[in-house]
Design a binder for this molecule. Structure first.
Ligand code: GLC
Length: 630
């Protein structure tokens, strides 16, 4: 049962595809008020109530006991004390009700943080739609919500292959070498990524012809080998005379403005840039068509980045910071002044003053970006996704984004941004899978092995053993970190064993993801959805149900030979490694299971079987008919 409550004149976010007649506010199930231009409501929480939702966000599957913020944030330190990551997924599931706030600006979700017995939600405006969905079970509520927001994006089949990325492979020969070394090690691979250095001075829709003299030739040469090249596209456009994308955008008035009508300028990778006003349909159409520059070269996949949007600095911000520093020039810098100064410079990036100064054009009027912030990245994805669908049809082009808001799940997938080579980030990824599935994102995954900091081979192997199940299976790492391609470490055969398991599972995983998209269900569920009356299953945050057949439980600590796992019913414990399958029947209950570094653990429910095909070096070479059932 869905109800819609409308207040004021909501901005058309495009999140919802279905139509629901508006209900009177007397039927709104929570106490609310609208003080100081904000809409605030409170949800009572029973002592053992679990709260799900909020998609890509820090901390656990159960969101209780923390404050979260819907505000797409370029923040590379995903510590548990953070309140926001790159996305704004405004859906909460409490007790027998789902709540979706269709609103483009900031929302603060205090979920039992101030008062343990209630969730207080503060929406930073009073023009909004709220949908409440009542249902018999969490799964049925999710299904109804997902039907409301429309079918999730599904990538082409080859996007299920293993993908290798790094910031950056600097030239064509390095890309060739990555493929060669994977092939030599016998480790399957389908995609190699191009990070910002393939561009000419970080300008989107350009190619550095010194390091990639013949990108179209390289794409064709790799395609012969069934390998795809996946370039990055950054949202902001370098301000440079003679750069066609900039010149066109400027001439047509397609960039975000300042209040005085001039283009807003901010610093990102290329230096001073302008920001396309993706919220306008004509700008989306224009930007979408720009991808043709690369699709014409044979490119079939993209990752959209820096689209929160990330702004390292603005000239205005730097000017003010320098003025502040000048004031202190001859002063004795006591501790207070020193930290003030430090903070002035530290807060130059992604500064609220800049977001407030940027102006969108909505029906001929200027509207501050601060009010519409969370739609920015989602609208960039929409620009690309709409173009691809029109030009190539569905499921032809791989597309995923860093920033997102519910609605963009129809146009592309997401990756979880700049995580760390930390053991705790294996679990962070696992926990996020559930909540992003609830919010419609099925094609998703984390940077396997971790983006920032140095990885160790055991971390990469254990991370990959989780990544074997995530639809996006991509190893990516930051500039300056230790190389973490699967062939970079000793015992490459361990990596081969793990990645081969992925290829054996691809037909099953693709089918499971497709079913989830077609039936508005989740690919990954918390155990509590399936075993609501089992007190241990209800609280389990380190294992997930996968499809209707499996449970996954990755090893997530260093220097251990296994982990404790809880079986909510009798199951078959399967250890997969290369072509080897070891099975053991285990009764319901707690077990310590041993898992070697080259093994992928999987648990099969009683009476359930899944197909495994023979591994191959590419998805294209998989014989999906030749399967054995385990
Ligand atoms: C951002 C992205 C990261 C990428 C880097 C350079 O930090 O999140 O994946 O490697 O920019 O483009």
């Amino acid at each position: 049962m869905i109800r819609k409550f409308t207040m004021g004149a909501p901005f058309p976010t495009g999140a919802v595809t279905g139509t629901v007649p508006a209900s009177g506010w007397d039927r709104f199930p929570y106490i609310y008020n609208t003080e100081d231009g904000k809409f605030v409501f409170t949800i009572p929480l029973e002592p053992d109530e679990i709260v799900y939702g909020l998609g890509e966000a820090p901390r656990g599957i159960n969101k209780r006991g923390w404050t979260y913020r819907s505000w797409c944030s370029d923040d590379p330190f995903h510590t548990e004390t953070k309140t926001a990551l790159y996305a704004a997924h405004n859906f909460l599931l409490v007790k027998d009700r789902g709540i979706f706030i269709d609103f483009p600006g900031e929302i603060v979700w205090d979920i039992g943080y101030t008062h343990t017995g209630e969730a207080a939600v503060t929406v930073s405006g009073t023009d909004l739609d709220i949908y409440t969905i009542e249902g018999e079970s969490p799964s049925s509520i999710v299904k109804e919500f997902r039907r409301l927001i429309g079918r999730s994006y599904i990538p082409p089949f080859w996007a299920m292959g293993c993908q290798q990325s790094r910031w950056s492979y600097p030239d064509a020969d390095t890309v060739r070498e990555v493929v060669r070394r994977y092939d030599e090690a016998g480790i399957p691979l389908d995609c190699v990524y191009l990070d910002i250095d393939y561009m000419e001075r970080f300008k989107s829709f350009t190619v550095n012809r010194e390091s990639f003299p013949d990108l179209e030739g390289l794409a064709a040469e790799l395609k012969e080998k069934n390998i795809r090249l996946i370039p990055i596209i950054d949202a902001a456009i370098k301000k440079e005379d003679g750069y066609d994308v900039y010149e066109e955008g400027k001439e047509k008035g397609y960039f975000l403005k300042k209040e005085d009508g001039s283009d807003f300028e901010g610093g990102v990778w290329p230096g001073i840039t302008c920001f396309p006003d993706f919220l306008r349909p004509e700008v989306r159409e224009w930007f979408g068509k720009k991808y043709r520059f690369l699709t014409d070269m044979g490119i079939e996949g993209f990752w959209n980045d820096m689209n929160e949007p990330a702004i390292f600095y603005s000239e205005e911000g730097v000017r003010k910071a320098l003025e502040e520093a000048a004031k202190l020039k001859d002063e004795n810098l006591d501790l207070g002044k020193f930290f003030h100064l430090k903070n002035v410079f530290a807060s130059l990036s992604n500064n609220p003053d800049d977001y407030a100064a940027m102006q969108h054009q909505v029906s001929g009027k200027l509207v501050s970006h601060a009010k519409l912030h969370n739609l920015y990245g989602a609208s960039m994805t929409r620009a690309a996704g709409e173009f691809f669908e029109k030009e190539f049809g569905r499921e032809k082009i791989l597309l995923f984004s860093r920033a997102s808001a519910i609605g963009s799940h129809r146009y592309g997938g997401i990756w979880f941004g700049d995580n760390m080579s930390w053991w705790s980030h294996i679990l962070l990824c696992l926990k996020m899978l559930v909540n992003v599935n609830i919010c419609g994102y099925l094609y998703c995954g984390a940077d396997l092995g971790g983006f920032n900091d140095n990885a160790t081979p055991d971390l990469v192997l254990r991370f990959l053993a989780l990544g074997v199940f995530t639809p996006l299976m991509r190893n990516h790492s930051a500039m300056g970190t230790r190389p973490q391609e699967c062939y970079s470490f000793e015992n490459t055969e361990d990596f081969r064993d793990v990645v081969q398991v992925r290829y054996r599972l691809i037909p099953y995983l693709y089918e499971t993801m497709r079913n989830a998209a077609e039936n508005d269900t989740m690919m990954f569920r918390p155990l509590s959805f399936d075993y609501p009356d089992d007190p241990i299953a209800r609280e389990c945050e380190t294992q997930l149900m996968l499809g209707d057949e499996c449970m996954i439980a990755p090893v997530y600590e260093q220097n251990v030979s296994g982990r404790t796992v809880y079986l909510p019913e009798d199951m078959t414990f399967v250890r997969l490694s290369g072509e080897r399958v070891l099975k053991e029947e285990l009764p319901k209950g707690l077990h310590y299971v041993r898992v070697a570094l080259n093994e992928v653990p999987l648990f099969l429910k009683k009476g359930k079987h899944i197909p495994l095909c023979r591994p191959a070096m590419r998805t294209e070479l998989l014989d999906t008919e030749d399967t054995e059932y385990i």
